[in-house]
Design a protein around this ligand. Sequence first.
Ligand code: AMP
Ligand code: ZN
Length: 469
Amino acid sequence: MKIFNTLKGRKEEFVPLEPGKVKMYVCGPTVYNFIHIGNARPMIVFDTIRRYLEYKGYDVNYVSNFTDVDDKIIKKAVEEGVDSSVISERYIGECKADMAAMNVMPATVHPKATEEIDGMLDLIGTLVKKGHAYRAADGTVYFRTSSFKEYGKLSHKNLDDLVSGFRELKVTGEEGKEDPSDFVLWKPKKEGEPYWESPWCQGRPGWHIECSAMSRKYLGEQIDIHGGGEDLIFPHHENEIAQSEAASGKEFAKYWMHNGFLNIDNKKMSKSLGNFFTVREISEKFDLQVLRFFMLSAHYRSPLNFSEELMEASKNGLERIYNGLDKLRELESTAAAETLLEEEKPFCQKMEELVAKYEAAMEDDFNTADAVSAVFELVKLGNSTAHGESSREYAATLRKTLESLCGVLGIVTQRKKEVLDEEVEAMIAARGQARKEKNFALADEIRQKLLDMGIVLEDTREGVKWKRA
Ligand code: AMP
Ligand code: ZN
């Protein structure tokens, strides 16, 4: 199996630290709003990689954090007049709901920064003791980049260039830095912000330290794969390497994997640019299986442009797979012959070749685009060779193979259960009642349940209208 390793700038054979086991850490979202479909890309990509590794028999320990202490969370909490944990807990819940709807498996552990402060203090303490970090007069603790000779090795930047680049960029409040490229490990509290006690000052952690601390706690000092979006290469992952390796003296992660950006109109989709769709918005128009299938139609390292036309094409592609599976299921229940017929043997051979093609694509740095074409070829094989005279064994083998390959991509192979009109009407009436009683939480819950069933509501002057997505 080959993996493109950002650290080496090339594909490498995957050899886990411990045979049969994979330790994987993927940087998760900062929870101050609903996740957008750009954030969904690493979730879907790394979930698919995890699924493939499990399909190959690896025992995968998958850790992904929630950054729940951050300026944006604090700002939103101030705006709403609530504690910042109210904001982060709300959006962790919403994020988990979106992940489930995209069929992203929960991580083995989902640590939250605010619950891991002890581990961060311990790590910072080690860095200070070893001379890799220092406390400035105002209590801020900085990482001393000049003490870590390999700084820049992930982003392939040269420390001297970085220092001169940073010199241009004077950040107020960071005058206590020895060097412009040093970065914050711990910072003093500000009025009204959450803070923790520490040997240096009352304050809160910088962003980068949380991943180093959580990865060390849940996976140990050395891991196999570390992942995230390509925007995290510098400075976030570069800083994670500096922190972890300076503290342990060992290589932190063997393989660094980065997904390309999800763009809109060929521009980076991001909250700061305001050109984004939340996963929740998309779920009102499309089943999120379509979003997942769309993401996997490209190689994970390529940029991917989002458009409604491409989503429609993915929807049609998914429909082709469902139709193929429906036909095979039907044939299984009506087949006259039980066991494989002589003339079906060459088709089974072809099926095995397609499975091999699918696996070869996935083994080549998880080329899901080519894996998806192998799935389509399998559907075509079923459509052209399975018919009323086929054996049950042949139809069942084709169906199971198709289900297994789709399953590795995280594509659910059962159509959503047909929802009856009466069921929908009853739920809409219950939602109306809840709203009358000002129980908006319940009303929203019912609306979401309907959405999950593929029913979209529209509140109009004539009352509530609904349609199937
Ligand atoms: P953030 O909440 O901004 O820290 O992002 C969480 C994850 O989403 C990180 O791995 C980012 O690299 C990734 N990400 C953010 N925006 C995009 C995008 N437009 N396309 C792909 N990945 C993204
Ligand atoms: Zn991280």
